[in-house]
Design a protein around this ligand. Sequence first.
Ligand SMILES: NC(=O)c1ccc[n+]([C@@H]2O[C@H](COP(=O)([O-])OP(=O)(O)OC[C@H]3O[C@@H](n4cnc5c(N)ncnc54)[C@H](OP(=O)(O)O)[C@@H]3O)[C@@H](O)[C@H]2O)c1
Length: 277
Amino acid sequence: MRILMTGARGQIGSQIRKMLPDDWELIATDSKTLDITHADSVENMLSVFQPDVVMNTAGYTNVDAAENDLEKAFTINAQGVLNLARSANQHGVKMLHLSTDYVFDGTKYTPYTESNYPNPLNIYGKSKLAGEVAALSANPATLIVRTSGVFSAVGNNFLTTVLNNAKQGKAFGVVDEQICCPTYAADLAAALITLVRDYPQMRGLYHFTGGTALSWYDFAKKIVTAAGLDTALVEKTDSTSQATRPKYSVLASEYDIRLPVKTIDEAIAESLAALQE
Ligand SMILES: NC(=O)c1ccc[n+]([C@@H]2O[C@H](COP(=O)([O-])OP(=O)(O)OC[C@H]3O[C@@H](n4cnc5c(N)ncnc54)[C@H](OP(=O)(O)O)[C@@H]3O)[C@@H](O)[C@H]2O)c1
């Protein structure tokens, strides 16, 4: 299997690279070696390498910054995805693309499945939804995996941010009014590899997250407790972030596919252990 991966230095791309089966060939690209907003570069890369699958882990991912950066968010998350999907379609190549729980407005309060209608509240979510539509219309051989709250020991994510704050010994606020399912990057990477290998005919939308729904505040408490730091430093706060986020964005799937996930406590413990290596 020959994979062309975009955004390979990002949190999810890095995790997939670590776990890719040895007999798969990987062409790993980052924003310098393949800027997905350049249609000609995308087309050239597919022509030269002739991959079996394009795995798009590139994206504009700063949810708050996107509020003042609409053009860039849409250029990367919609036009860039369209470029990839068009070229993939021309070459008869499947595309695996990542999207987000933030395509939903959070007013449902029961888990969102693939058939629920999206209604994003913020620019990031709108740009990701535009990317979904672009990918599916330009290349029917596209599988879009929506996920949420990805964490690991690597990069800037909720777990590493909470730990950095707690280690400084100063109180910090975390919102309690937004419920989601945090997703361990290693579980997601394993799931994506399985989907490519064992479900080659799968198309359309698929929801994959960790198995525990909880608030960001409760998640922060779990992380700080597991790290043996002072949980009193974690304080409940109202959201002051620029982007409006859904109050409830738990995802569930209508597909009867069993993809393993660690419990949230196991995933936190594994991340903390990796940070000490
Ligand atoms: N992390 C989450 O909680 C989460 C949740 C749901 C969905 N997702 C989706 O999953 C995907 C990957 O997320 P992540 O957490 O791994 O993000 P990340 O760590 O921010 O990585 C994204 C990568 O995209 C690259 N990139 C940005 N603009 C690009 C361009 N024009 N051309 C090529 N590469 C470009 C970045 O490279 P540079 O650093 O070189 O710019 C970066 O390495 C995104 O589509 C995101 O929307 C993530």
